[in-house]
Design a protein around this ligand. Structure first.
Ligand code: GLU
Length: 376
C-alpha cells in the first residue's frame, strides 16, 4: 500500500469538494477557483491517475437561483425546498464542471447516486460498472447525491460519506476531502492557541473522534466529524483519506508539493478488502460448476468465462454472490456473477462471442470477472 503522504503513486483518486469552496456566500459559483482545480485535475490525469469528483454545491447554488437566498434571510430549508434547490442548482453545477474541465479538453459525466446505489448489491454493481466504464473512456465522473429523490431515511446526508462510499465502491486508493481547514487539530485552532495540527492518523481512536468534535470547519452539513466517519469507511477498504485545505487556487498541486494536511493511512490493500467482503460477508445464492480447464485458469487468477461452465444451480440475480465448484462439488471460489440464473443457464458452455446472439443483448464477456472472484 502506498503509505506516503503524496498523491503521486495513486492510481484512482476521489476528490470531494464542499459547497463553501465552490460557491460564495450568495451561492455564486467561483469560476476562477474551479478553473484552478480543473487544471490540477488535468495535471494529475496526465500523470496517469484516474480522477473522480464528488461535488457538493447544488443546494447552495440552487437556493440563490430560486430566491431562497441565504444572507440575512438565511434559514434552514424545508426538505422539499432543499430538493427543489438541488434540482435547480445541479444543472448549473454540472454545467460549471463541464465548462471548467472542458477548457482542458477533459470530458465530464454527471452521476447522481443515492445510498442504495452503493449498498444494494445489484445497484452497487451497476453504478460501479458505469463509473468504471466512464474512467476507461477517459471521462471524469462528477458525482453528487441524488438529493431530489433522496428523502431523510435514504440519504447519505453529507458528501463526505458519499465520497468515502464511492472510493470504497471503486477501489480507489486515495480520497481527498478539500475543506476550508488544513486538517485535524487537537482542539479548535480558532479558539485555542495551543491547538496542534495532526499530520497523520493510523487508527481512529476515541481520542481522534473527540478532537474532531473540537475542530471547527467547513460548510455546515459535514464538519470534522463526518470527515472522520468518512476516513473510517475508506480505511477499512484500504484507501487513504486526506483532509486538505482547498482554499488555494491549486489545492491538489499544493498537496502534492507537501502542503500541510491530515493523512489517514490505511494498512489494508484495496483489493484485499474488497475480496474479503466478497468472501466473508455475502451469502451465496447459487452454485456454478466449472470444467477442469476453467479451474486451472481460475487458479492462475483469470476471469471465469461462460465456456468453462458446465452447470448452474439456484435462483439468483445479476450481481449475486455464487459458489464456484469443480465437477466433484468442491468449492473453488466465490464471486459476484454478471448474469442472472436464467441467462447464465442459456450461455453456459458457449463462447463469449455468442452471448449477444443467444441473449439478445451484449452482456459482459465474463461470467464472473476476476475482480469479483475470490478463491476459497
Ligand atoms: N448534496 C448536497 C449539495 O450538492 C451537499 C451535501 C453536503 O454538503 O455534504 O448541495
Amino acid at each position: 500500500m502506498n503509505g506516503a503522504r503524496r498523491l503521486s503513486g495513486s492510481k484512482r483518486v476521489v476528490v470531494k469538494i464542499g459547497s463553501a469552496l465552490l460557491a460564495d456566500d450568495d451561492g455564486r459559483l467561483r469560476a476562477d477557483w474551479l478553473d484552478g482545480l480543473a487544471g490540477d485535475i488535468t495535471r494529475l490525469r496526465g500523470d496517469g491517475i484516474e480522477m473522480m469528483i464528488v461535488s457538493s454545491g447544488a443546494i447552495a447554488v440552487g437556493r440563490r437561483l430560486l430566491g431562497l437566498a441565504r444572507g440575512p434571510r438565511n434559514r434552514a430549508l424545508r426538505l422539499e425546498e432543499s430538493q427543489a434547490a438541488a434540482a435547480t442548482g445541479q444543472v448549473r453545477l454540472a454545467h460549471a464542471w463541464q465548462e471548467a474541465l472542458g477548457g482542458y479538453d477533459v470530458p465530464v459525466a454527471q452521476v447522481l447516486l443515492t445510498i442504495e446505489d452503493t449498498e444494494d448489491r445489484r445497484r452497487h454493481l451497476n453504478a460501479r460498472n458505469t463509473i468504471a466504464t466512464l474512467l476507461r473512456l477517459g471521462v471524469v465522473p462528477v458525482i453528487n447525491e441524488n438529493d431530489t429523490v433522496a428523502t431523510d431515511e435514504i440519504r447519505f446526508g453529507d458528501n463526505d460519506r458519499l465520497a468515502a462510499r464511492v472510493a470504497q465502491m471503486m477501489g480507489a486508493d486515495t480520497c481527498v476531502i478539500l475543506s476550508d481547514i488544513d486538517g485535524l487539530y487537537t482542539a479548535d485552532p480558532t479558539k485555542e492557541a495551543a491547538a496542534e495540527h495532526v499530520p497523520e492518523v493510523v487508527s481512529i481512536t476515541s481520542e481522534i473522534t473527540a478532537m474532531a468534535g473540537e475542530t471547527a470547519g467547513d460548510d455546515g452539513s459535514g464538519g470534522m466529524i463526518t470527515k472522520i466517519e468518512a476516513a473510517r469507511i475508506t480505511m477499512q477498504s484500504g484507501c487513504r483519506l486526506v483532509i486538505a485545505d482547498g482554499r488555494d487556487t491549486h489545492p491538489l498541486v499544493a498537496l502534492e508539493d507537501g502542503a500541510r494536511a491530515t493523512w489517514f493511512i490505511s494498512n489494508a490493500e484495496p483489493h484485499t478488502a474488497r475480496k474479503l467482503w466478497i468472501a466473508g460477508t455475502l451469502k451465496p445464492e447459487g452454485r456454478i460448476t466449472i470444467d477442469a480447464g476453467a479451474a486451472r485458469a481460475l487458479a492462475r487468477g483469470t476471469s471465469l468465462l461462460p465456456a468453462g461452465v458446465t452447470a448452474v444451480e439456484g435462483h439468483f440475480e445479476r450481481g449475486d454472490p455464487v459458489l464456484v465448484c469443480d465437477a466433484q462439488g468442491r468449492e473453488l471460489a466465490r464471486g459476484l456473477i454478471a448474469y442472472d440464473s436464467a441467462d447464465a443457464e442459456r450461455i453456459l458452455g458457449r463462447q463469449s462471442g455468442e452471448i449477444e446472439n443467444i441473449l439478445g443483448y451484449r452482456g459482459r464477456e465474463e461470467m464472473i470477472h476476476r475482480d469479483d472472484l475470490v478463491e476459497s
